[in-house]
Design a protein around this ligand. Sequence first.
Ligand code: ASP
Length: 350
Amino acid sequence: MFNRRKFIKTSAISSLALAINKSAACTSKKKPTTVKPVVISTWDAGLRANKAAWDVLKDGGRALDAVEKGVMVTESEQNCCVGLGANPDRDGFVTLDASIMDEFSNCGSVAFLERIKHPISVARRVMEKTPHVMLVGSGAQQFAVAEGFPLEEQKLSTDAEKNYENWLKKSEYKPPAINIESLPAGKVDKQDHGPFAPKKLENGEWNHDTIGMVAMDANGNLSGSCTTSGAGFKMRGRLGDSPIIGAGLFVDNEVGACTATGQGEDVIRVAGSHTVVELMRQGLSPEAACKNAVERIMRIKGEKAKDIQVAFLAVNKNGEVGAYAIHKGFSYAMKTNNREELVNAKYIMD
Ligand code: ASP
């Protein structure tokens, strides 16, 4: 029979056991040492960008300053991928998108911005000087000029000019929009017009047009930045994931930060960077969270996943980093006190 005295005795014994277990758990489970500062950024241009970020981080500077300074290097490089010399839209104009987010969940972004060298810094001004999160097009440009950013000449880099000429030669100037009316019923459930960015090159590599960077400073605070010329030869007015908070970039100072690269349309579909941070909040490692988000996109795309590249790159509050891509070929640059390297990310298919 289960009487009250027996119950009290059993409870006392169980509480004692629990207390012992708890203290054993406390002593046996060592808290992982936090790696900080740390900065990671997408693709090989990240190596150069991380150096500039590190100049801020090594002196105890704020992650927000580091991620701005870091990607400014790539914006200045005048190559065909990021910044004013990048691949244009199909009308021949370079239109730039950027976003930034800090440890207080302040965020700012610009999109469809023309003739401004450092979109990331305009995004930061939007965050710090306006009541808004996002400015686009001529409004973003007016704001930039009012803030003292010079209006630059529009001039493609030699590579971008060549790429554009080639693209025009193949007469790829066709609207990718399909005529929905002409499709048989039941065939319009998926918004899918084929691959935009990055595209697989003839040598088997994926081109790319973005740098995304996330960092944790010596105080353990996180920030992130993302800047891009978007998909090369896109329709005029097209935006990808990079300027959209939650898609191309997301930071939650309690959990971690993530940035994305690849076909923006598909990153937006799953609110990619936000999804990765939420998965880390549930206990997944950065790598497992990135993999889960990649798989989610692949489930949606089905067969067509083989034609697109998407990659996520994340850091958590312990300074652990991880990445995952649909295809082979995505690399990220990492810098800590004792590491500086380009890492080939894991992927699902070749
Ligand atoms: N995510 C970018 C976009 O879709 C492109 C890229 O990462 O290369 O605009």
